[in-house]
Design a protein around this ligand. Sequence first.
Ligand code: SF4
Length: 319
Amino acid sequence: MGKHTEVQSHRACTIGLPNGLLYAHYQVLWNSFFAGVGLQTRNSGPTNREILELGNECSIDETCLSAKLYLGHVRSLLGTCDYILVPRINSWGRQRDMCTRFASLYDLVCNTFRDSGQKFLSCNIDAGKKLTEESAFVQMGEELGFSKKIAENAYHQAKKEDENQWKLRLRKEEALYREKGIKVMIAAHSYIIEDDYYGKPIADYLRSLGLIPIRADITDRKEALKQSLKVSPTLKWEWNREIIGSLQMHREQIDGIVLVSAFPCGPDSMTDEIVSRHFAPLPVLRLVLDTQTGTAGIETRLESFADILSFQKKGGLAQ
Ligand code: SF4
C-alpha cells in the first residue's frame, strides 16, 4: 500500500489518550500532532472513583498511585479506539532522567492488557540512544502510515502550538506572585496537581481558605533546571529538578510550601526531604496521597497550615 493510500485509510482511525502521567505535559503537543495528520483522539476523561478502582485492581501494591491511576485510564479506554498511546521516555540528557516508571510504561501496559486485543502505540524518547522528541513523533507518524514529511510538518506545527500555550500558562501563573495575600507554592508533579480527583481539590481548597496557591511545575523550565543545582548538584530526575529549581527561584516571593506526592514515590521521598531542609524556615506541609486518601483528613491539615501561615504573616511567629 502506497503512503497516500495509507494516509487515506487512517482518516477514521482514533488514538486513545489516557488522562494520566505524561498527558499533563503532552496534551497540547499530542492533540495538535494527531489533528495535524488528520486523526481523531479520544481522552479517558477526568479521574473518578471508578477509574481509581480499575487501576487498583490491575496493579501490584508497590505501584505508585500515579501509575495505578494511569492503568485505570488505559483500562477505561480499552476497545474504544484503534490505538492507545503509551509513550516511553527514559532520559532527556545528562542529569535529566525520568523516573523508571516512564521508561517501563509501554511494556507494563502491553503486559498488563496483553489479552485485551487492544493495539498500543509508543513514542520513544531517550537521549542516550539519540531518540529525540522530534524523531519519536516522526517515527510514531510513520508507524501510523504517514510519510516522514507529513509527520515532520505536523510535529513542527504542534510544537509551535505547544510553546505558545505554555507561554500563556506561564504568564498567568507568574502574575500570581504579584498578587497581595498569602502565597503557597504547591510542589507536585503536573499529573498529580492536575488530577481532578486528587490534585485539583487541594488547590481549590487552599483558594477557598483565602490563600493563593501557585504551581511550582509551571515555571521557566530552563532556568529552573539551572537553579536546581544550587539546591542539589547531584539530583538527576528532570521533573523533580524543575520543581526544586522553581522553588529556589521564587523562595522570597512565597509564604509556604505544600509538597504533594503519590505513595510510594521514590524520587519524591528523596526530594521532599531536601525541600524540607533546604527551604527552612519556610513552613512546609507534606501530603502523601494513596488510594485510601480521603478529603476530610487533607482538609483538616490544610486548614491548620493556613492558620500557621496567617499567624506568621501577622508577625506571630519568631522568624
Ligand atoms: S515520579 Fe513518583 S509518582 Fe511519578 S511515576 Fe515515578 S514513582 Fe510514580
